[in-house]
Design a protein around this ligand. Structure first.
Ligand code: HEM
Length: 509
C-alpha cells in the first residue's frame, strides 16, 4: 500500500507496460562521448577509493550541484502556460500597437501565475495575491503585462516596496512569517486598507487559477500614430467564472495536495479544456485625470463608473514541455512595452520599470532575453554583445553605430515615446488626493453577508496573532474608516475597545 504524502498523487491505475519499448538513446557524457558505466564509480579495487580520472562522475555531480538558480525574490511559486491572444477589433484610433491593429489579429502569449510572498515549493493555495503575468510575442517585440488577480495594490510608491516585502517575508531571526511584523508595517500605511480587504476576503484564496480575474493594476497609456494619449486600465475577465476557497477549504486542499492549483491548470489544458479571459479596457482622457475625488494614477484605486469595453480574448492552450525552461526562466517586466503602449506616470509603476530587468540579470544572467521563453519573435538587432552563456545570434564586426556602413545615424522615431510636458518642482512627498479608505468601504459594502463574515474571520485569524494592542487598534481604525460596520465587527473579533478605535480613527482621517 502507498502511504503518506505520495498517496494523494498516486495514479488511480498504473499505466500498462509498453509492449515493444523504444530502444533508449545511447547514454553520453555532457561532451557527447559515450558513457561506459553509469552505475558504478571507477575505483582502485572493489571498495575504493574513487579515482579522479572518473571525469563522467565528477561532471555528473558538479552539474547536479548547480541545478538551482536563485528563486524570484517575490512571486517565487508559480506556473505558466502558452496561449494566444485574439484582438476583437481595430483599435488604431487609440493605439498604434500592432496587437490591437485588426479584428481577429492573433498574437502568441505566455502566462505565468504565482503567489507573491511564499517561497518556491510552498503550497499554491496559501492566502496571497496571485501574479497574473502575460507576455505577448508581438511582431514589434515583446509586451509584458505584469499584473495580479486583484485590481489594486498595497502601496503607491516603489520606495516602500522592499520594506513591505521584508515585513511580509519570514522573520530574519526565526524564518517564520509573522502577522505581528506585517500588521506593524501596514498600521502605518492607510492606503493598504483597500488591498488588505481584497486579500483577506476569499479572493485571497482562489480555488482555481482558471476561475479568477487578472488586472494590470496601474494606469498605462495607449498612444496612436498622431501621438494622442489615452490612459487605460487593463482588466482580464475569466470566462470560467469565479471560484474561491474559504480559509478552511484552502487549508484542507493544501494538506491534500500542495500543488492543487497547478494540477488543476495542467489537467484542464491537457484535456483540451482551454481556459480563457477577455481583456477589458477602461479609458480616460488626460484632461479628465483631475476630475475625480481620487488620483487615477494611484495604484491603490480602481476606476469606478468608467465603462469597460472588451478588446480581445486570451486562451491558454498548451503546457510547457519543461517546467524550469519556461515557468522558471520566464522573465516579465513592466518595462517591456511596444510602440503604442507606454507606462503612465504612476510612481509605483515607474519603480517597477527598473526592478524587474535588474533582478533578472542577476537571477538568470545577462543573456536572459535569448532564452526560448523570453526571446522575442520579432528580430533583435542592436550592438549589445557577449556576456555569460551567450550562444550566438549576432554576427559581423559592425557592433557600433553610427557608421558610414549603415548610412550614418539610424532613424529611431519608431519607438519614440509620446510627448508629455513637465512643468513642476522636484519634490519628494506623498500624492495629493489620497482617499485612503473610501474604495475599501465600497468593496466591503459590495460583499454578501457570508463574504463579509469570512473577511472578518480571515482578518481576525491573523490579527489575533498580534500582541501589540496599539498595532491592532490602528489597523482596526483603518477598517473602521473604510466602513463603520466593518470596523465595529472587526474590533469585536479581535477584542479591542471600540471607543479607542473610534478615537484613533478620528485622529487618522
Ligand atoms: C515579480 C518587484 C510591484 C506583479 C517581481 C519581481 C520583482 C518585483 C523583483 C521578481 C521578478 C523576477 O525575478 O523575474 C516589484 C517592485 C514593485 C512591484 C519593486 C513595486 C515597486 C508589483 C505590482 C504588481 C506586481 C504592483 C501587480 C500589478 C508581479 C508579478 C511578478 C512579479 C506578477 C511575477 C512575474 C513572473 O511570473 O515571473 N516583482 N514588484 N509587482 N511582480 Fe512585482
Amino acid at each position: 500500500a502507498v502511504i503518506g504524502l505520495a498517496a494523494s498523487h498516486a495514479p488511480a491505475q498504473q499505466p500498462a507496460a509498453p509492449t515493444s519499448p523504444t530502444p533508449p538513446k545511447p547514454l553520453t557524457e555532457d561532451g557527447g562521448q559515450p558513457v561506459g558505466n553509469n552505475q558504478n564509480s571507477r575505483t582502485a579495487g572493489p571498495n575504493g577509493p574513487v579515482l579522479l580520472d572518473n571525469f563522467h562522475l565528477i561532471q555528473k555531480l558538479a552539474r547536479f550541484d548547480r541545478e538551482r538558480i536563485p528563486e524570484r525574490v517575490v512571486h517565487a511559486r508559480g506556473v505558466g502556460a502558452h496561449g494566444e491572444f485574439v484582438s476583437y477589433g481595430d483599435y488604431s484610433k487609440y493605439t498604434k500597437a500592432k496587437v490591437f491593429s485588426a479584428k481577429d489579429k492573433k498574437t502568441p502569449t505566455f502566462l505565468r501565475f504565482s503567489t507573491v510572498i511564499h517561497p518556491n515549493g510552498s503550497p499554491d493555495q496559501l492566502r496571497d495575491p496571485r501574479g497574473f503575468a502575460v507576455k505577448f510575442y508581438t511582431e514589434e517585440g515583446n509586451w509584458d503585462l505584469v499584473g495580479n488577480n486583484l485590481p489594486v495594490f498595497f502601496i503607491r510608491d516603489a520606495m516602500k516596496f522592499p520594506d513591505m516585502v521584508h515585513s511580509l517575508k519570514p522573520n530574519p531571526v526565526n524564518n517564520q512569517q509573522e502577522p505581528a511584523r506585517f500588521f506593524d508595517f501596514f498600521s502605518h500605511i492607510p492606503e493598504s486598507t483597500h488591498m488588505l480587504t481584497f486579500v483577506y476576503s476569499d479572493m485571497g484564496t482562489p480555488a482555481s487559477l482558471r476561475q479568477m480575474d487578472g488586472f494590470g493594476v496601474h494606469a498605462f497609456k495607449w498612444v496612436n500614430e498622431k501621438g494622442d494619449v489615452t490612459y487605460v486600465k487593463f482588466n482580464w475577465r475569466s470566462l470560467q467564472g469565479h471560484k474561491n476557497y474559504t480559509a478552511a477549504e484552502a487549508a484542507a486542499a493544501s494538506a491534500k495536495n500542495h500543488s492543487g492549483l497547478t494540477e488543476d491548470l495542467y489537467e484542464n489544458i491537457q484535456a483540451g479544456n482551454f481556459p480563457s479571459w477577455e481583456l477589458g479596457l477602461q479609458m480616460m482622457k488626460p484632461e479628465d485625470l483631475d476630475k475625480f475625488d481620487f488620483n487615477p494614477l494611484d495604484d491603490t484605486k480602481v476606476w469606478p463608473g468608467i465603462e469597460e469595453i472588451k478588446v480581445g480574448k486570451l486562451t491558454l492552450n498548451k503546457v510547457p514541455d519543461n517546467f524550469f525552461q519556461f515557468s522558471e526562466q520566464a522573465a516579465f517586466s513592466p518595462g517591456m512595452v511596444v510602440p503604442g503602449i507606454e507606462p503612465s506616470e504612476d510612481k509605483m509603476l515607474q519603480g517597477r520599470l527598473f526592478s524587474y530587468a535588474d533582478t533578472q540579470r542577476y537571477r538568470i544572467g545577462a543573456n536572459y532575453l535569448d532564452l526560448p521563453v523570453n526571446r522575442p519573435k520579432a528580430a533583435v538587432s542592436n550592438n549589445s554583445q557577449d556576456g555569460a552563456l551567450n550562444h550566438g545570434g549576432r554576427s559581423g564586426d559592425l557592433n557600433y553605430e553610427p557608421s558610414v556602413r549603415t548610412g550614418g545615424r539610424r532613424d529611431t522615431t519608431e519607438k519614440e515615446y509620446s510627448k508629455a510636458s513637465l512643468a513642476d518642482q522636484v519634490v519628494q512627498q506623498p500624492i495629493h488626493k489620497t482617499l485612503n479608505f473610501k474604495q475599501a468601504g465600497d468593496l466591503y459594502l459590495s460583499f454578501k453577508e457570508e463574504e463579509k463574515a469570512n473577511l472578518i474571520s480571515n482578518l481576525a485569524g491573523d490579527m489575533n496573532k498580534v500582541k501589540n494592542e496599539d498595532v491592532k487598534k490602528q489597523m482596526v481604525a483603518h477598517f473602521y474608516l473604510a466602513n463603520a460596520d466593518y470596523g465595529t465587527r472587526l474590533a469585536k473579533a479581535v477584542s479591542v475597545s471600540l471607543r479607542d478605535v473610534k478615537a484613533l480613527a478620528e485622529k487618522t482621517k
